[in-house]
Design a protein around this ligand. Structure first.
Ligand code: ZN
Length: 62
């Protein structure tokens, strides 16, 4: 796998499971922190408030 390749992750609300969007991340950043440590909050239209997001890797055919 080439260096610097990033992976697309879907962002899902931890409460409603609503798919809020996507984010592109390196699987591991320069400090060796994996994407599982990545914390993000987004506005969820279903819950109508900011919710912590759960990431799920999405494979995109190229
Ligand atoms: Zn939600």
């Amino acid at each position: 796998m080439p260096r610097g390749k990033r992976t697309v992750f879907g962002m899902f609300c931890t409460d409603s499971g609503n798919r809020v969007g996507t984010v592109r991340l390196h699987k591991q950043n320069s400090k060796g922190v994996g994407w599982k440590e990545f914390k993000v909050e987004k506005f969820c239209p279903v819950c109508r408030k900011r919710m912590p997001m759960k990431l799920k890797e999405e494979r995109h055919s190229s």
